[in-house]
Design a binder for this molecule. Sequence first.
Ligand code: ADP
Ligand code: MG
Length: 320
Amino acid sequence: MKEFELINRYFTGRGVARRDVDLGIGDDCALVNVPEHCQLAITTDTLVEDVHFFSDIPPRALGHRVLAVNLSDLAAMGAEPTWVSLGLTLPNIDPNWLDEFTEGMHEIAEYFNVQIIGGDTTQGPLTITICAKGIVPKGKALTRSGAKVGDWVYVTGSLGDAGLAIESRKNGWQLDDEAFACALQRFHFPSPRVAAGQALRGIASSAIDISDGLLADLSHILRQSGVAAQINADMVPMSDALRNSVSVEQSLQLALAYGDDYELLFTVSEGSKLAMEAKLRQYGVEPVCIGQIQAGDGNIELLYENHPWPFPKTGFEHFS
Ligand code: ADP
Ligand code: MG
């Protein structure tokens, strides 16, 4: 199979066809229409074999995951995902692998009504780069810089599961089969919080998606907003799979310092708190308050059951 055969077989005329696309795959550029009252939100993420995923990851999961992590960035800005381009570097053309990989990608693209409008195909070590685009009403995007002293800090769901899957495999931890399956599913098929992100427009004061770990990503908000935060470690939501598989200390390390779960972390003022909770529940999201913004310069004060809690150093270094 040659490059153009590959594109024809797996991409041309497949998947979503949006009305705002005048020209999709097949020319030198795609042509799309951004609604007049909107801004274009653009993000890029790359996944490299042996760096971001194990080489034995099911190709369908890889196709899902690479698109999901990009859509998660759009979600964090409150943007509506619309179009993606796909840079695909393959060591060889393996039709079975490509069937599965593109199936995983088209599945999530269809779910979120996103059209693959172009890309590039080259030979080399397995690397996938996606450039995802979305639209957001002018001036309404959520950013990292709007957190104010007194705002509440929330997350959209449980953390640490993807980390449990990766670390248990790396370290040979013996997990219950069902717990491992739950954790692995979370790592392979993350659900970007696209609806929640859009629902938070005009309500949240800042937002970010958790890709590098709660504490690391919270630090971005704090630094860019010029504030500090107090976080109740015991309030951070965790799945039963995580709680039942490792010690309390290990579960906290995974939930606080591991990324890859792709929940949203956001801040909201006291006055918008109830409206926000009601709105997210309409989308089936149960937001959890884990702390509050304070005056300061980016530091995070961690509490456990209302007592100061020093984050276990060894675990942190291990995970970094
Ligand atoms: P060019 O040489 O002009 O860059 P290509 O021959 O690389 O064009 O690609 C032909 C068409 O197929 C273009 O519209 C391009 O966007 C699209 N395309 C190439 N690779 C991919 C891919 N992996 N996924 C989706 N579209 C692709
Ligand atoms: Mg060209």
